[in-house]
Design a binder for this molecule. Sequence first.
Ligand code: FUC
Length: 775
Amino acid sequence: METIRNVIYFNSPGDPEKWEEECLPIGNGYMGASFFGGISCERIVLNEKTLWTGGPSVLRPGYNGGNRAGANKYVRKVQELLDEGKYSEALELLPNLTCESGDGFGMYQLLCDAVLEFPETADVTEYRRMLDMDRSLYTCEYSCGGVPRRLEAFASYPDRVICIRIKSGGKLSFKLSLDKIQQGGEVRAGGNVLDYYGALADNGLRYCGRFAVVSDSGAVSSGDGCVSVENADEAVIYFSAATDYSDEYPTYRSGVSPSEKVGAVLKNCTKIGFDKLYERHYADYAGLFGRVKLCLNGKSGEIADAGKLLELYKKGSAEAANMLEPLYFQFGRYMLVSSSREGSLPANLQGVWNESNTPPWCCDYHINVNLQMNYWGAYNTNLAETAKPLIRFLDKMRAPGRITAKEYYGIASGSERPENGWIAHTQANPFGWTAPGWDFYWGWSTAAVAWLMQNIWEYYEFTLDREMLEKKIYPIMRESAEFYRQWLIYSEKQGRLVSSPTYSPEHGPVSVGNTYEQSLISQFYADFLAASEALDADRELRGIISAQSKELSPFHIGSRGQLKEWFEEDEPDFDNSKVQQNHRHISHLMGLYPGKAITRKTPEYMEAAKVTMNERGDESTGWARAYKVNLWARTGDGNRAYKLLRGLLAGCTFPNLFDFHPPFQLDGNFGGSAGIAEMLLQSHNGEIEPLAAIPDNWESGEYIGLCARGGFEVSVRWSGGKAEKITVLSRKGLACSVRTELTRVTCGGDPVKSTRSGVILHFETEKGKIYDIGK
Ligand code: FUC
């Protein structure tokens, strides 16, 4: 299958003042670098994912993740008051349900900028800077006074290094120095090494970034905070960075010297050399990224300058669409592979890339939609391994989350029940911040954990990796189930079990049992039951959860035919003063996506969800549009999903394909990429549904390697909007059900017995075998 080249390129340098719009990023999960392609001066923004202020510190001896001691008594009181209809009295107590103070939440930091200065300034021709996602390589090439120059860079996960090679057709000279270093950081240059180290003033977190500059042909010298290369044909800069952060509660320090860590990396890497390191990097990267290919309307070949491509797209060019849409899809996958690898922290609001010490929303882990969305494409786009950092992150949040469960909810763990329940709220940092935020109206989110459980349970649904389920995923789910089973109370008024108080993310009034919380807990319970059954574990707990799940009654249809966001919304005294018709969060549609409760099997709720989406409208911020692509995809309305996708690309995408909210937030990229996959293939309904929401604009096309639940890898070729050939690789040997008009199943050319019930084709599979479905 021929596809477009997955490259983002520009024919001119980026503006170093416009990082969000014009930089081109590389990363390996641990570190990130972004480039502008400057000619006389190249600015490279460098990041190390664990470089955070906040958390434990000698300056904050009492740091405890923001927990407010004894808040539980207020929660119970608020519950009672809400139950008695004493609304304003309940609201008065809400300031007690916030964190003690925001002190210690911290922010993700910029490590530093590396600056490369070249003597050449003028007479530049044949300029091109490019991010090649097929090769995970950044290049910048041009001719300066007729002399060719090429800079290439990659970030290797296996060797934990960033390598930059500069080659010249003539004689190459440049100077490497640092800018925007952390306050108190020291820079030392000696021999061919530039060393940068220090400890963050806020929390003493030690860091080190080191550059080794190697040139066989030129002279390398150092002095005054810089390393210089003169008269070389070629030079390589090896860079690595580390901190002494560890994800272990409560100290969050490894005790390992960052300088020793990077020293070992650089010693090893300078021996291996650029070419061999690249080979290893490519083998690692392509093993993930290369699993999926996508071609729309037969488009293959060379792509246009990214800025122009986006302009043409905005003007409605069909050719630009056939290039930009698959490119955007793959960019989401590229960014996930580059910012989330086993051993690293999960991808934050900007993945791993950040140019500021005061980034928007602290560049944190927001868990009222953003972190979840970051991983929506991990499984269906065949990158399950990238979710491992999320699974570990949640596992490590359990210890501090138990304190939050105790202080705010009265659910205590102790020696008898050491894992009796944990919880987290709207925002998290790498230092076990699980308390609510500093304002109830965005900071309270009891269902955040239930939602995150979907993200990790789906690892198992897609891969059927039993060991991962048993050892890593299930223990987190079980402890979450312990929490919710103790938290829910029975509301006589509503006639169901409820979470209370609840607040629909950043929208509307405080209420009892809002749809957001009820539906997330309900979905989590369904998933927990499936998980504990798969492992034949915890029968007693399963019995309790099963009984509770029948009493949650999460969905209700309102007077306008809408799916209600608040149970009470049609009541005369409902406080709608904070309700905004076009609010970006549509938290009451969790059951449609990413949940699995609202499907074609529940037509009334499906219709109500559509009413809700139509009322909310299609215009919104980046991630909210991406969410709506997925929502409409789940309704099966490909044209509407496509309209949202167009809006996301044309309305919320910078020329370098970064999504903007504004500002830049990577969740929209991840969610958009996941949404394209959701249009092409769905599997949440107990069957594989290729082309589940195919728009008229994707008249023909082909994809390879998308994943369906049950351990299936699916490839489809279609035309006229209909599948011509479906190929299913069965990784686990499960029986396969496919929604298709195609009838003939073969394996290696031999016919395979199949049965049909209506539109669904069923056949048995054997582990590791490939099945073709055709006419
Ligand atoms: C959520 C959103 C905001 C923003 C923030 C990082 O809380 O409501 O719009 O995206 O996360």
